[in-house]
Design a protein around this ligand. Structure first.
Ligand code: DQQ
Length: 461
């Protein structure tokens, strides 16, 4: 029994998963594609895997949508991209590698059989006069005039991450328009992957994933048809384990977000497990009054709730309180906790009975941050934190005096997703030493805290 394998998050049936691709609601069903190596849990030889769901949670795995063509323009992989509907024809726009070129594939109306377009690659020339680094991950949308726009994730050598804007009348002939936007490498990475660009609440939203910082960022601002001018910026997820995102609008007009939660454990362990990569829970995206992006679990996630456990309001004395009636490794925990006189307070999950391993999630009143602390998370000597991913992550959260911390914490074996009431989220991975570490504790340090309410549910599909 692989006790690290999530049970209610989407994972590949076997082998490798990374970026979500081509998300769409089509004929009522939710379709999602993802970067997949069907032959090994290793990040090479990317195909597009395909899953379908009626509720964003229960997925049926369908035949692979795209595979590299030996000797072809995508011989080294079918990299990330998007889906558009062109005159009623479902069309994938993706990057073939190497070198990076943009390609199309179309399908019958059931989205089951994909055919690469004979005109591929439809875009291979890079803009003249620019020193572009990457040239990939098309995000395509139709303008009010019926013409097509495409953003490519790139970087300008010596400057920073950048998005390139192209225009086309037919998805086949593309003309370079502009560098839509770029930002300093020191803060946002030198190469951008998986750009997402959409309008929300009167603002234009840009999301990019930056290498080599391995973080997704958002910007909200204005778009004049050629250039994007940001007014706000922030992190999409503060947990340090999330990269490469998609946002699509469903038939009800909801902006639904997917992201790839990566492993961060040694290759030998991944090979032994036989699978790698997890998709986030479906998240709804909204704009705060200040123009920042905020995230919350899609309401459908509540349908996963089974046995309910609860704890009444009580003082949490300094130290740790072991909860006898709440435990598990597939849980949702909803906590309302007033930090009161404590310096740090919160809950610990995946705890060993003797406390020797546990993961802390809570509020630091001295730093004014919500945090996930994995410094005690595993005795596993092999455990490491992968790409630059330290064991402690924090997000700024200003609680007013007397205002409780409100968190929804999802534990799914090795996955933890934390949502704060104001829309911050932290996604993380924890590889505990033993399957028996399923305890839940409350803690307060530097003073007492006041628990207002704690509800917990076992979650299952
Ligand atoms: N993953 C894909 C690329 C993308 C990167 C390859 C981001 O298209 O830039 O699997 O994780």
């Amino acid at each position: 029994m692989d006790y690290h394998r999530p049970t209610y998050h989407l994972t590949p049936p076997a082998n490798w998963m990374n970026d979500p691709n081509g998300a769409i609601q089509w004929q009522g069903n939710y379709h999602l594609f993802y970067q997949h190596n069907p032959h090994a849990p290793v990040s090479v030889n990317k195909h597009w895997a395909h899953v379908v769901s009626r509720d964003l949670l229960h997925w049926q795995h369908l035949p692979l949508a795209l595979a590299p063509t030996p000797g072809g323009y995508d011989k080294d992989g079918c990299f990330s991209g998007c889906m558009v509907v062109n005159h009623g024809v479902p069309t994938i726009v993706y990057t073939g590698v190497f070198p990076e070129v943009q390609c199309l594939a179309t399908s019958s109306a059931d989205l089951r059989e994909w055919h690469k377009h004979p005109a591929n690659p439809v875009l291979w020339q890079r803009p003249a006069g620019l020193k572009t680094l990457t040239f990939r991950d098309p995000y395509v949308w139709q303008g009010a005039d019926g013409g097509w726009n495409m953003l490519l994730g790139s970087g300008l050598d010596g400057e920073g991450g950048a998005c390139l804007l192209y225009r086309s009348a037919d998805l086949l002939q593309w003309e370079f328009r502009s560098v839509l936007f770029s930002a300093p490498a020191s803060e946002y990475g030198s190469r951008w992957n998986c750009p997402i660009f959409f309008e929300m609440g009167g603002r234009q939203v840009l999301i990019v994933s930056g290498q080599p910082v391995w973080k997704p960022f958002f910007f909200t601002g204005t778009f004049d048809g050629t250039h994007f001018t940001p007014q706000t910026t922030g992190m999409v997820d503060y947990g340090g384990n999330l990269y490469a995102t998609q946002v699509f609008f469903d038939d009800a007009g909801r902006a639904i977000f997917w992201g790839w939660i990566w492993e961060g454990r040694p290759d030998a362990e991944i090979r032994a497990a036989g699978w790698a990569g997890v998709m986030t829970l479906p998240r709804l995206v909204r704009l705060t009054p200040a123009g920042a992006l905020a995230f919350s679990p899609a309401p459908e996630v509540q349908t996963l709730r089974h046995a309910h456990m609860a704890l009444a309001s009580q003082v949490i004395l300094p130290g740790e309180t072991v909860l006898e009636n709440i435990q598990g490794d597939a849980l949702e925990l909803v906590i309302r906790l007033n930090p009161a006189g404590s310096e740090r307070c919160g809950l610990s999950v995946l705890c060993a009975a003797d406390g020797s391993e546990q993961t802390h999630i809570g509020y630091d009143s001295t730093q004014r941050t919500v945090f996930i602390d994995r410094r005690q998370s595993g005795l596993n000597p092999q455990m490491q934190f992968g790409w630059p991913n330290p064991p402690y992550h924090a997000a700024p959260l200003d609680l007013e005096p007397g205002q409780p911390l409100e968190l929804r914490v999802f534990v799914d074996h090795s996955v933890i997703e934390v949502f704060a009431a104001d829309g911050l989220c932290l996604s993380s991975r924890v590889f505990r030493q033993t399957a028996a570490s399923t305890g839940v504790r409350l803690f307060a340090h530097g003073g007492a805290a006041q628990l207002e309410a704690l509800d917990a549910w076992e979650l299952a599909l």
